[in-house]
Structure formats: C-alpha cells, structure tokens
Design a protein around this ligand. Sequence first.
Ligand SMILES: [Zn+2]
Length: 155
Amino acid sequence: MKVLDLRCANGHGFEGWFASDEDFMGQNGRGLIECPLCADRVISRMPSAPRLNLSGARAPEASPPALPAAPTAPQAPPRAADLQAAWLQSVRALMANTEDVGENFAEEARRIHYGEKPARGIRGQATPEERAALQEDGIETLSIPVPAALKGPVQ
Ligand SMILES: [Zn+2]
C-alpha cells in the first residue's frame, strides 16, 4: 500500500491509500476519488518530500464547501484564495449583523423562537448537545468556525 498526500481544488489536504501510483492515477482518472471535506473530485497529488514546507500555503481545514452568496464564474473553477476571501467576507458580514450573546446562545435562541425576545440575528457558543436540542425544537442554527483573525470585537 502507498499513502499519498492529496489535495482537492479547494485546497483541502488529505491522505489516500492506494495499491500503487498507477492505482491512484486510474482511480483519479475515473473520478473515483473525492475530497472527504467537500466532495470535490478535482484531486491532485502533492509531492510527499518530508522537507517540503507548506506552512502558510495551506488553506484552513475549516473552509466551508460552498458559499451560497458567492457567485462563481462557470468557466473557471474558483481559486482557493478567492474562496477563502469570500468566506472571510461572509463571516465578517455575519458578525457585523448579529448580536453576540456568548454562552447564552441556546437560551436566547429559544426565547426568540417563542417570541419572548424580539427577532434578530444572534451568535454565540453552543455545545453540540445544545444545538441538537434546538434543532428538535425546530430552531435552525448555523454552526460556523470563525477564523482566529476575526475573533474579538467587531468594528
Ligand atoms: Zn476539499
């Protein structure tokens, strides 16, 4: 078996196990390999030299698979850097238009849902259990990883 370092068109790095280089090329040629993060099938193989320095060149693992608000040109696949910029912009907009309720997120979301508080966009922290409970009550939440650069007070 060979372990190959692979990367999708969106810049997600992952490992693939193959019987041989030919096995990889055959599977990839038939579109059988897909990114575990975003299901992209445009997979390229990265050089696996251990001295290769990838710091800074790698997109964050948390990049979302799709941004509904970001129009993409149909003729050319978007570059990872463009996607990342669009993502940062959406997160910024989201943070500017929501009220930070911190740890009280689940409670606050419930109050808004039941009309005890005026409807508005809120953001904050919730545990997976809290999110699951909210979903059971029919309250939609969106879980997004916020890049470290955007944490802290919003301008
Ligand atoms: Zn991917």
